[in-house]
Design a protein around this ligand. Structure first.
Ligand SMILES: *Cc1c(COP(=O)(O)O)cnc(C)c1O
Length: 361
C-alpha cells in the first residue's frame, strides 16, 4: 500500500514570491516605514504584558474596537483575521455551498483563485480587457449568466493600481443578490471606501488589512467589515484563536494610539507620486509603454522589456514583481530606493531599446 498525492496536492507550491536576499525590496507593497523606537517600545511593553499561558481573546475585542475607532465604524461590524488572507480563505470556504460559483476578474490578487482552487470551488474568471478596468455592467451580466454566488475583487486593484469608484461598486452591490467581497487592502491610499456603508447592504463584506498603509505586515492582521448577520457567520465559522495574543496586544496599542495613520500615509503617498512621476518621465522618453495612474502605494507599468528588466534589476539587488511578460509592479519605497530604482530602470531600458535599434518614440 502506498499513499499517493492527488494531482491537486502534488501541484501545490509554497508561497515564496522571492527567494534570495535583495538590497532593495519593492515587490510586496509593504510600507517602508516602521514605528519609531519609542512607539515600538510601547508595543513591546504590551506584548510583554500578555498572559502567555492563556489562550488569547477569541474575538480579539480590543483590537477590533481599536480598528473601529480608527475608521469610525461600529465595533459590532468587525471581525479580525490572521491577515486578510485568512479572511479571504474563510469567506470562500464558508459562504458557498458545494458547486456554487465564484467570479474573479483578471488581472487581480492571485490568492482569490488560489483559495477557490484548493477548495475545488468553481471559479469563473472575467478578463478586464485592454484598459484593465472593471466594467460594472459586464460584471452584473456575468453574475447573472453564470449564476455566480460570490464576487470577490480588490479595490483599488493589486496589481493594476487602478480603482473603481464608489458609485460603480454600489451599482454592482445593488444589482445582484450574490455576495460581494470588496478587498480594500489599499483603500488607505484612496478615498472611495465602502467601510462606512458596510451595514447598509445585506450582501457586502469589506476587507481591510494592517499590512499595507498601517505598516504592520509582520503582525498578520486583517479585518472583515459587514452587517451583523454576516459578521455573526464569520465569527462562528473562523477558527477559535485565529489572531494570536501578541498580535492583539501590539496592534491594539498601535491602532488605539494612531502610531501610523495620517502622517505616515502622507509620506507613503508622496513617495508613490514621486515614483509615478519618475516613471512617466521614462515613458515620455519612449522607454516605457504605459504607466498606470495609481490609487495605491505601488506603480504598474507596461513594457515589452519587462522580463529582461526584471532579471537585470534582480542582478543589481533590486526586487520588483513581474506579471506575465509585459508588466512590472513596483512598490513605492523610500527616497533613496525610488531614486536608485528609477536610475537603474532608465539605464536598463536604454540598453534594451537601443539594442533593438532605436525603437521607442
Ligand atoms: C497584500 C494584500 C492582502 C494581504 O493582506 P494580509 O492582511 O497581509 O493577509 C490582501 N489583499 C490584497 C489585494 C493585497 O494586496
Amino acid at each position: 500500500m502506498s499513499y499517493k498525492l492527488t494531482s491537486k496536492t502534488a501541484a501545490l507550491q509554497p508561497y515564496d514570491p522571492s527567494e534570495g536576499t535583495y538590497r532593495i525590496r519593492l515587490d510586496a507593497n509593504e510600507s517602508f516605514l516602521m514605528p519609531t523606537v519609542d512607539d515600538r517600545e510601547l508595543m513591546a511593553g504590551a506584548a510583554a504584558d500578555t498572559a502567555l499561558n492563556r489562550y488569547p481573546d477569541p474575538l480579539a475585542e480590543e483590537v477590533c474596537r481599536a480598528f473601529a475607532g480608527l475608521y469610525e465604524i461600529r465595533r459590532e461590524l468587525v471581525t479580525a483575521g490572521n491577515g486578510s488572507d485568512e479572511l479571504i480563505s474563510l469567506i470562500l470556504s464558508t459562504f458557498l455551498q458545494k458547486g456554487e460559483k465564484v467570479l474573479s476578474v483578471s488581472p487581480d490578487f492571485s490568492m482569490y483563485r488560489f483559495y477557490t482552487a484548493i477548495t475545488e470551488t468553481p471559479c469563473v474568471v472575467m478578463d478586464k480587457g485592454d484598459d484593465l478596468r472593471i466594467d460594472p455592467q459586464r460584471v452584473l451580466d456575468t453574475i447573472q449568466q453564470e449564476n455566480i454566488r460570490l464576487f470577490i475583487f480588490s479595490n483599488p486593484c493589486n496589481p493594476t493600481s487602478l480603482g473603481l469608484d464608489r458609485e460603480a461598486v454600489h451599482t454592482i452591490i445593488t444589482g445582484t443578490d450574490a455576495l460581494i467581497v470588496v478587498d480594500e487592502a489599499y483603500m488607505d491610499f484612496w478615498d472611495q471606501s465602502l467601510l462606512q456603508e458596510a451595514d447598509r447592504y445585506d450582501n457586502l463584506i469589506v476587507l481591510r488589512t494592517a499590512s499595507k498603509a498601517l505598516g504592520l505586515a509582520a503582525l498578520r492582521l486583517g479585518f472583515a467589515v459587514a452587517n451583523p448577520t454576516l459578521t455573526a457567520v464569520l465569527r462562528a465559522a473562523k477558527s477559535p484563536y485565529n489572531v494570536n495574543g501578541i498580535t492583539q496586544a501590539m496592534a491594539a496599542v498601535a491602532l488605539r494610539n494612531r502610531l501610523y495613520k495620517d502622517e505616515y500615509r502622507t509620506l507613503l503617498i508622496k513617495s508613490r507620486d514621486w515614483l509615478i512621476a519618475g516613471l512617466k518621465g521614462l515613458r515620455e522618453q519612449g522607454l516605457l509603454d504605459k504607466v498606470y495612474d495609481s490609487c495605491t502605494n505601488f506603480a504598474y507599468v507596461e513594457t515589452i522589456y519587462a522580463v529582461e528588466v526584471y532579471e537585470k534589476l534582480k542582478e543589481r539587488g533590486i526586487l520588483v514583481r513581474l506579471f506575465g511578460d509585459r508588466h512590472l509592479r513596483i512598490t513605492a519605497g523610500n527616497e533613496a530606493e525610488n531614486r536608485e530604482l528609477l536610475d537603474t530602470l532608465d539605464f536598463l531600458l536604454k540598453i534594451a531599446v537601443h539594442r533593438v535599434g532605436g525603437k521607442g518614440k
